[in-house]
Design a protein around this ligand. Structure first.
Ligand code: 6PG
Length: 245
């Protein structure tokens, strides 16, 4: 695994740096195999990136007709819920760019049974890649954030999902949220060609320091699990998040 770490002055510069990474990854994937299979992150940080990519400054730099979007995780809510990661991406990226529905692989988090949603999403991913178990798909780019507790996607500290080695999607119960989440698993992430972490804000500084300079404790800091076998991990952070490094 190759790892790089880039510090940007503020969240705006971080979003611009990330947008340039997405442009490069998309161009390379489309040239190589005719499509760009991109896993979106949830939370607040990617919002500025998505808006920027849909803006006049960037929208013409990607061949959006060849872009297929997936999600790394989703809250167990309907797609129009304020907490939905899909809703945020639809409002900032998918609708403004008119990404066709058949290129949008949404997690069916409206299903009452979260594990059924996870199973259905796994089948969707496998069908999109034309892969049967035990093969694991290789996403061209995976966008991830990091929580203050060191979680990424919906892989939270102490979760049984951290030990998964075979399935692509799980629906762990998250006790402190009193809710189910649906999330890709470490093997699904670690087969990606390129992982791009986006981390901003002083509230992440101590965690980032522990993740980078502390011992390898993935059960406590799940984002340490993200080490793609044959891929590249790039951390884009702002100065506030990097202030303890
Ligand atoms: C989610 C995300 C989650 C997020 C981190 C950081 O569904 O919330 O997948 O892993 O990336 O919690 O969130 P912020 O970007 O809001 O700080």
């Amino acid at each position: 695994m190759a790892r790089s770490f880039l510090i940007h002055s503020d969240p705006e510069a971080l979003a611009e740096g990330a947008a340039n990474h997405v442009v490069r990854a998309a161009g390379g994937a489309i040239e190589d195999h005719g499509c760009f299979r991109w896993v979106l992150a949830g939370g607040k940080t990617p919002r500025h990136l998505y808006t920027l990519l849909a803006s006049a400054a960037f929208r013409s730099r990607i061949a959006w007709e060849h872009v297929h979007v997936f999600w790394g995780d989703e809250r167990h809510v309907p797609p129009d819920h304020p907490d939905s990661n899909y809703r945020m991406a639809r409002e900032t990226l998918l609708a403004p760019l008119a990404i066709p529905d058949h290129h949008v692989y949404r997690i069916p988090a409206e299903l009452p049974d979260a594990q059924a949603a996870a199973d259905q999403y796994e089948a969707t991913i496998r069908e999109a890649f034309g892969l049967s178990p035990p093969a694991i798909p290789c996403f061209d780019l995976v966008l991830l954030g990091m929580g203050q507790d060191g979680h990424t996607a919906s892989l939270f500290p102490g979760s049984p999902a951290l030990q998964e080695t075979r399935r692509l999607v799980l629906a762990p119960w998250v006790e402190h949220l009193r809710a189910y989440r649906i999330t890709l698993t470490p093997p699904a992430f670690n087969h990606a060609k390129h992982i791009l972490f986006l981390v901003a804000g002083a509230d992440k500084a101590l965690t980032l320091q522990a993740v980078f300079n502390g011992p390898y404790r993935p059960d406590r800091f799940p984002c340490q699990l993200i080490r793609p076998l044959n891929g590249q991990v790039t951390w884009l952070v702002d100065q506030a998040a990097a202030s303890c490094l």
